[in-house]
Design a protein around this ligand. Sequence first.
Ligand SMILES: Cc1cc2nc3c(=O)[nH]c(=O)nc-3n(C[C@H](O)[C@H](O)[C@H](O)COP(=O)(O)O)c2cc1C
Length: 166
Amino acid sequence: MTSLFQDDLNTAMESMAKGGAFLTVSDGERTNTMTIGWGYVGHQWQMPVFVALVRKSRYTYEILEKGTEFTVSIPVLGTMKKALGICGTTSGRDGNKFEKAELTLSPGKTVGVPVIAGCGNYMECRIVYRQDMVPSQLDPALREVHYEKKNNDYHTLYFGEILQSY
Ligand SMILES: Cc1cc2nc3c(=O)[nH]c(=O)nc-3n(C[C@H](O)[C@H](O)[C@H](O)COP(=O)(O)O)c2cc1C
């Protein structure tokens, strides 16, 4: 893989935070993608890691609970807006989002989960740790705004070893 600390990592993270990225998951039977805006890259356990935050209400969560890998496809900021909108507002439970959003899949280089063609940045990850948020540990103001006002729909954090980034 190319270095984690490449110059365009900042650009990619900014694109994800401002415009969104595709988090694609598969459990061998079901494959789905959803738009994410939260997530981060870091270094721990002597490996590069991407952390995705997925609320329990998502179909993606259901699949991740059975799967072992995920991919992150980050479009260049300002591109693929329509597809990011569709994948961020509709659920894979209600139909095939790849078709709805007219997305083309490319096979992962090292994982069984595909990436979304046409995005500038990709990460292929193997899940090495999962962590449910613990409400009592969260700052009360953040808890109120982000969870208590949203049906207590807490995130699970998925830590993926970045096996490939390109
Ligand atoms: C810009 C944007 C960013 C989003 N970021 C996240 C995120 O980081 N985590 C999350 O759980 N949901 C996030 N969502 C919401 C999911 O994409 C949305 O609920 C989606 O319909 C879930 O699809 P699924 O049920 O097929 O998994 C975001 C939505 C948008 C539009």
